[in-house]
Design a protein around this ligand. Structure first.
Ligand SMILES: C[S@@+](CC[C@H](N)C(=O)[O-])C[C@H]1O[C@@H](n2cnc3c(N)ncnc32)[C@H](O)[C@@H]1O
Length: 278
């Protein structure tokens, strides 16, 4: 078996195990929520602070005011500290939307973590900040807890590359955003099996890729920057800003299914965009 295929099969088996374990009620409710959740600092508060600073700067650049607005982070994982900064600086509500919220982060775990991070005294002072952060457990394909035209700003970081039906998710963002609402999404367009080899996955046929990735805990699509931007335009978004990072191919073999893309389109490894609902 080729080395890279072995690595992928091992990753698939690992993800499958993790998936089963995380669905076990004992792990999900009893162990994680009660005891482990508050200690599981899987994300760095400095990372969340950086997300807040970068995204609020981008909003400012386009004269988009977030004071008194409702912001939602889709696929927030167990991150929440950026929400704290947005509320502290005037946002009305912050919704952390994470399909695995049941065992990653819910309002009970959120408060416990807030208390540990800020210390008891500061946490008590900022209690009202936490009261304006809510957690919903929805997939972006169907935001069941959100009404039409109910959110002002949607953000995400490293989420859209994990979504199978991108078009459906863009339509769902369009539905829940208010008229004139804005989105900022950062998309990591690399093969997640090995970030050092970001184009390796373009060598597989669609059939092979599905077999290796579907139902995996870390499903990754292979959509290129152009596909995301085209989907936005089709769904009546105006792109206010689109930043793309590129990396040269080297000697990577590309499957002929990607033959319609130019090399320039294929070489984008990160997309960061600001888009406005028309
Ligand atoms: C790489 S993590 C990024 C987490 C966080 N945004 C960050 O910056 O650290 C990808 C996140 O996307 C979420 N996700 C995957 N599929 C999703 C979907 N269909 N709808 C919403 N979120 C999804 C995962 O649960 C996970 O939390």
């Amino acid at each position: 078996m080729k080395k890279s295929l072995k690595k992928r099969v091992a990753l698939g088996a690992y993800n499958f195990g993790l998936n089963i374990l995380s669905r076990t009620p004992l792990v999900k409710k009893k162990l994680f929520r009660k005891y482990l959740g508050k200690y599981a600092y899987r994300t760095d508060p400095a990372y969340d602070k950086d997300v807040y600073e970068r995204y609020s700067e981008m909003l400012a650049k386009h004269q988009i005011v977030y004071k008194d607005k409702i912001i939602m982070d889709v696929g927030s994982g167990d991150n929440y500290y950026h929400a704290y900064f947005f509320i502290k600086n005037g946002a009305k509500k912050f919704i952390l939307c994470e399909p695995f919220a049941d065992y990653l982060l819910d309002s009970v775990v959120l408060e416990k973590r807030g208390e540990i991070l800020l210390g008891k005294k500061k946490f008590q002072e900022d209690r009202s900040v936490f009261e304006n952060i809510s957690v919903v457990s929805d997939h972006l394909e169907k935001l069941k807890h959100l009404d039409d035209s109910s959110v002002d700003i949607i953000i995400s970081t490293s989420v859209f590359e994990h979504i199978d039906n991108v078009e459906k998710c863009i339509k769902e963002c369009q539905r829940v955003l208010k008229s004139g609402g804005v989105m900022i999404h950062q998309i990591d367009i690399r093969d997640h099996a090995d970030f050092e080899e970001p184009f390796n996955y373009l060598g597989y046929s669609s059939w092979n890729w599905r077999w290796l990735r579907t139902n995996s805990f870390v499903y990754t699509n292979r959509r290129r920057s152009k596909d995301f931007l085209d989907s936005l335009r089709r769904n009546k978004f105006t792109i206010l800003q689109a930043e793309e990072d590129r990396q040269a191919f080297g000697a990577v073999k590309i499957n002929r299914e990607f033959g319609d893309y130019t090399q320039d389109e294929l070489e984008v490894i990160r997309l960061l965009f600001v888009a406005k609902k028309n």
